[in-house]
Design a protein around this ligand. Structure first.
Ligand SMILES: C[S@@+](CC[C@H](N)C(=O)[O-])C[C@H]1O[C@@H](n2cnc3c(N)ncnc32)[C@H](O)[C@@H]1O
Length: 188
């Protein structure tokens, strides 16, 4: 078997930062490759809620088309500072140390990667307003479910169910690895 495609250098740098900081919540590569692919079709502003160590932003940047900007918000000041330094030479990525609600005010977004728990759980209405028609919303870290309604650890996964049924979006669950699924929602 041949090796998977090499990681983009900025992704490797962000993963190194994750390793140095012992940060275990970085986006996995399978999801990152999806983010890069989606980013390549976008114009305007791409956003990320929850920067972490910058892995998701780096994947978005690796696919981003000319003329697009990436804005990412992180509420932890130390993380935001470290990632701002990591991306310091790249004019196309802006890291803000802020609650995710501050990022929303900078929309509309052609793609929004929602990767902070609080925003995932409670922000669908706000997100629907912040994403332009035809724009993508990406939510990761789901366990694939082959049944309806979707189940997780013996219970109905209401978060996933609500996204999949929301009429403001056309949404699909994409299995990016045997143990990982992503919700991809397109704003109508
Ligand atoms: C799952 S990690 C993000 C991983 C990152 N997106 C990546 O691709 O590797 C979630 C991050 O969201 C941040 N966070 C949590 N609550 C937040 C909030 N209200 N606003 C902004 N960031 C938040 C956490 O500090 C954490 O760094």
């Amino acid at each position: 078997m041949s090796a998977p495609p090499e990681l983009p250098p900025l992704v490797s740098a962000a993963l190194s930062l994750s390793g140095r900081r012992g940060f275990v919540s970085s986006t996995r590569n399978e999801t990152g490759r999806l983010l890069a692919t989606l980013a390549a079709s976008r114009t305007g502003m791409l956003g990320e809620i929850g920067t972490g160590c910058g892995v998701g932003s780096a994947w978005l940047r690796s696919g981003a088309a000319e003329g697009t900007q990436i804005l990412t918000a992180e509420s932890d000041p130390q993380l935001a500072k470290a990632v701002a330094e990591l991306f310091g030479d790249d004019q196309r990525i802006e890291v803000i140390e802020a609650d995710w609600t501050a990022l929303i005010e900078r929309g509309p977004f052609s793609l929004l990667f929602v990767d902070a728990r609080e925003a995932k759980l409670s922000a669908r209405d706000v997100i629907a307003e912040a994403v332009e028609p035809g724009g993508f919303v990406v939510l990761d870290d789901f366990t694939p479910s082959a049944v309806w309604p979707p189940m997780y650890e013996g219970r109905v996964d209401t978060l996933r169910q609500e996204w999949l049924q929301d009429k403001r979006f056309t949404t699909v669950e994409v299995m990016v690895a045997p143990d990982a699924a992503v919700l991809l929602a397109t704003k109508r």
